[in-house]
Design a protein around this ligand. Structure first.
Ligand code: ZN
Length: 151
C-alpha cells in the first residue's frame, strides 16, 4: 500500500476541536494525504479516519470497513439523517474508550471522490454510523459530545 503512516492526534489535542476547511483544489498533495490516511487507518486497525485526526484541517474522510472497498470522501455533507439507533463505538483519537450514544439509522451523504467526481448515496447501519462519526470530526465534534448523561 502506498503512503506513509501518520501520527494520530489524541484527545484533548485542540486540533480535534477545530473546524476543517473545504478542499478547494484536489491536487497531488491531496492525493498524498489520502494515501497516508488510508495507510494510517489500516495500520491502526481502525474503520474510519478524518483528516483533523492526523493534524490536517481539511474536509477529507476515509472509511475502511472490513470486506469493503475503502471509501474516500472529500467535502462530505450529510444532507439527511433519519431514525435513531443505540450504538457503542470507539475512536482512534480517544484510545481505550467506548461511548454509548445514538446515531442515525439512515443517512444521505454527498461529496467528491478522490478524483473530484461528485458522489451521492444513501446508506444505513454501520456505514451510516461511521460516516456520521467521521463527518463530525470535520466540525470538531467528538463522540463524547453525543453521550447521554447518566440519570
Ligand atoms: Zn473518531
Amino acid at each position: 500500500m502506498k503512503g506513509r503512516q501518520l501520527a494520530i492526534r489524541t484527545y484533548p489535542d485542540h486540533i480535534l476541536r477545530q473546524t476543517a476547511k473545504v478542499v478547494a483544489k484536489i491536487d497531488a498533495s491531496t492525493q498524498r494525504l489520502i494515501d497516508n490516511m488510508l495507510k494510517t487507518v489500516t495500520a491502526a486497525k481502525g474503520i474510519g479516519l478524518a483528516a483533523p485526526q492526523v493534524g490536517k484541517l481539511k474536509r477529507i474522510i476515509v472509511v475502511t470497513l472490513p470486506d469493503q472497498e475503502p471509501l474516500v470522501l472529500i467535502n462530505p455533507v450529510i444532507t439527511k439523517r433519519s431514525g435513531e439507533r443505540n450504538v457503542v463505538e470507539g475512536c482512534l483519537s480517544i484510545p481505550d474508550y467506548q461511548s454509548k450514544l445514538k446515531r442515525p439509522k439512515r443517512i444521505r451523504i454527498r461529496g467528491l471522490d478522490r478524483e473530484g467526481q461528485p458522489l451521492q448515496f444513501r446508506t444505513n447501519g454501520q456505514l451510516a454510523q461511521v460516516l456520521d462519526h467521521e463527518v463530525d470530526h470535520l466540525d470538531g465534534v467528538l463522540m463524547l459530545d453525543h453521550e447521554e448523561v447518566p440519570q
